[in-house]
Design a protein around this ligand. Structure first.
Ligand code: CU
Length: 268
């Protein structure tokens, strides 16, 4: 191909590669992650940012050394350079430095993982998440005025078919424990804004906790391919101040006709 055309194509492709990754300026400080809405999410975000910066530093050092070596030792004449089999100090250095880097990353990962997996003996609210083919149900097993209430999602492609996306409501600023169970296959309960997801596994109870959640409405989905209508396992999470939460729960408990709720397993 004509070298001019190659240059023109490269000049077009390089900026396209950079720009078409879909990042905006706001994504840069968090390296593409959303803002955290829980202390656990903040920990994960800080770990992600720290690891990304560490990766960038290593990249700059490695490419810097490579280009420096290529430039400093480029061919200047026809004299054959000194032929060496090994260089012990350099080899020790490039074994020791990566070991130190990995030890650092391991320390911070282990520290943050044990914080994110921590469970309080007495959370403010415990919710049982049931993931089934292909919807979610939420049972407030121990959660103040909400205790006994279940929010029922129903599988179905459309509302006309009887499908109902579930809508979980939680109080703002409270310690919340999630207990996940599944009657059929593995699902994964994921609210991207929580910066966290955990699999829902049949035959066992998976738990996790958030120390507080910022008020807002967040989208959620199933993150484990679980069958034909996996893509329809969408849900909404609304986090509201305690008084609003109590009012929403009271309205849900009073709703005996929509089929979206049950109290202690019945439609009242
Ligand atoms: Cu699923």
């Amino acid at each position: 191909m004509d070298p001019k055309r190659v240059r023109a194509r490269t000049a077009l492709l390089v900026p396209l590669l950079l720009l078409l990754t879909g990042c905006s300026r706001e994504d840069i400080p968090n390296f593409g992650w959303p803002h955290a809405i829980t202390p656990q999410g903040q920990r994960a975000l800080d770990l992600w940012k720290g690891s990304s910066v560490a990766g960038l530093v290593v990249m700059i050092a490695v490419y810097g050394l490579m280009f420096w070596a290529a430039w400093a030792y480029r061919k200047r004449d026809d004299v054959v350079p000194a032929q060496v089999g090994y260089n012990l100090p350099v080899e020790v250095l490039y074994t020791v430095i990566p070991t130190i880097i990995v030890a650092f990353l391991f320390y911070f990962t282990a520290r943050d993982e044990s914080y994110i997996d921590k469970l309080d003996a007495k959370p403010d609210c415990t919710v049982n998440i049931v993931g089934f083919q292909w919807a979610w149900q939420y049972n407030y097993t121990d959660c103040g005025t909400a205790t006994g209430l279940s929010i029922i999602g129903r599988p179905g492609r459309t509302a006309a078919e009887g499908g109902e996306l579930s809508h979980l409501i939680l109080p703002e600023g409270k310690v919340i424990r999630f207990v996940e169970t599944s009657p059929d296959v593995i699902h994964s309960w994921w609210v991207p804004d929580l910066l966290f997801k955990r699999d829902v596994v049949p035959g066992r109870q998976n738990t996790f906790q958030v120390d507080s959640i910022k008020a807002g409405t967040y989208k959620g989905r199933c993150a484990e391919l679980c069958g034909e209508f996996h893509s329809r396992m969408l849900f909404t999470l609304t986090v509201a101040p305690q008084s609003e939460f109590d009012a929403m729960i009271a309205a849900a408990k009073a709703d005996t006709t929509s089929g979206r709720y049950t109290v202690n397993g019945s439609n009242q």
